[in-house]
Design a protein around this ligand. Structure first.
Ligand code: ATP
Length: 363
């Protein structure tokens, strides 16, 4: 028989009054996966995580961890640990005692505890710090102690509730890389919730994009970026341009749209649409080519006027206007961009397969 997944959920529902905060979630997370649940505030991430941890129970559906049904198992009997945004280290206990706390509750003998604490401190890159107090650590070190405290218990699942949210930007960037590295090193399955798409994209093997209590798409970061399944995912994950229009014709998986300003453009259909349907074309800033002359054969194109040009070192960001709609392009600094000033008129072009067309979202 195949090894059961570390986490398997079937049709989970949790309602508050009539409102389903979690509305039919199914998921399957193989061992050793960094799995992120990404969604805007209020979409139900914390509610879902609380169900997995056992702090709350689903109204419907099932939760299995390594093949065992967990619905009625209390939190302290689940093979699960949780890292919160506010790390909640015991301030009056040393680093070593903080980490040993769970082992002590499991009645692990003192000599073995000391050995495990030293071992895990080494693994998180803080060897020899067991005698320090939490107040004597940097933010990043405290973060690693909080992780060590959970990982020393060797849970099947580690649930992380926006653990980087309280850190400053620079530390957050650094911790993203460290967390991913630690997850791979320990091989523990991580379920990580966040509203920050860049965190989810950088760290995860799989990302579930959540909206209104449901998953819109579950995929590897590259696939989410390249093949968003819904308009919501296209707009939420990575920078994107949205051009509104109406389908004028369809051929194969391509659709031609008349934009609000009158231009006819082309993109790949994400789902079937009929001529006449209101639709949105999404095209990434880096997929756009700017030209003040000829445009290569086969590209979709339309006229745009330049609003502003901004340089950020590696790229230039060119803000343009197509029939009143803002569209921005990201061009490599040394690319073949024409020199531009506000008010210039030029051609914006893209490979039709790199633009996605969805039925129009309700505004
Ligand atoms: P955030 O990123 O802001 O933490 P979230 O995605 O974690 O948001 P949840 O906290 O899970 O979202 O909330 C989902 C929905 O359920 C919200 O509409 C929230 O108001 C509602 N909700 C959550 N907990 C309760 C509760 N105990 N009683 C009533 N409604 C609740």
């Amino acid at each position: 028989m195949a090894t059961p997944s570390d986490l398997f959920c079937h049709q989970l529902i949790r309602r508050f009054g009539n409102h389903p905060a979690v509305d039919g979630i199914s998921l399957d997370v193989p061992a050793g996966t960094f799995f992120s649940i990404l969604g805007p505030s209020g979409c139900g991430k914390t509610t879902l995580l609380r169900l997995l941890a056992g702090f709350d129970r689903p109204d419907e559906g099932d939760i299995y961890i390594r093949g065992e049904r967990m619905n009625r198992v209390p939190p302290n009997h689940r093979p699960v640990n949780m890292v919160f945004q506010h790390l909640a280290l015991f301030p009056t206990m040393s680093v070593g005692d903080n980490i040993a706390y769970g082992l002590k509750r499991q009645r692990v003998p003192a000599a073995r505890r000391r050995q495990r604490v030293e071992q895990v401190l080494e693994q998180v890159g803080l060897p020899g710090l067991s005698g320090r107090m939490p107040s004597e650590l940097s933010g990043g070190q405290r973060q690693r102690v909080a992780l060590a405290r959970c990982l020393v218990l060797e849970p099947t699942l580690l649930l992380l509730d926006e653990p980087l949210g309280a850190l400053d930007l620079k530390l957050r960037e650094q911790m993203k890389v460290e967390l991913k590295h630690l997850q791979k090193q320990f091989g523990t399955t991580f379920v990580y919730i966040t509203h920050d798409q860049s965190e989810a994209m950088v760290m995860s093997d799989q990302v579930a994009v959540m909206k209104d209590g449901r998953f819109d798409q579950v995929a590897a970061p590259e696939e989410l970026y390249r093949e968003p399944a819904t308009a919501f995912v296209a707009g939420f994950v990575g920078d994107n341009n949205r051009l509104r229009g109406q389908v004028v014709s369809v051929s194969g998986d391509r659709a031609q749209l008349r934009l609000t300003g009158g231009a006819i453009v082309e993109g790949r259909l994400a789902a079937p649409l009929e001529p006449g349907a209101s639709a949105d074309l999404y095209v990434r800033p880096e997929s756009l080519v700017l030209s003040d002359g000829e445009v290569a054969e086969g590209l979709s194109r339309c006229r745009a006027s330049v609003r502003t040009t901004l340089f950020d070192g590696a790229n230039s960001r060119v803000e343009t206007d197509i029939g009143g709609e803002p569209v921005f392009a990201r061009l490599p600094q040394h690319g073949s961009a024409p020199s531009l000033s506000a008010g210039d008129s030029l051609q914006l072009a893209w490979e039709p397969d790199r633009a996605r067309v969805f039925g129009a979202a309700t505004p």
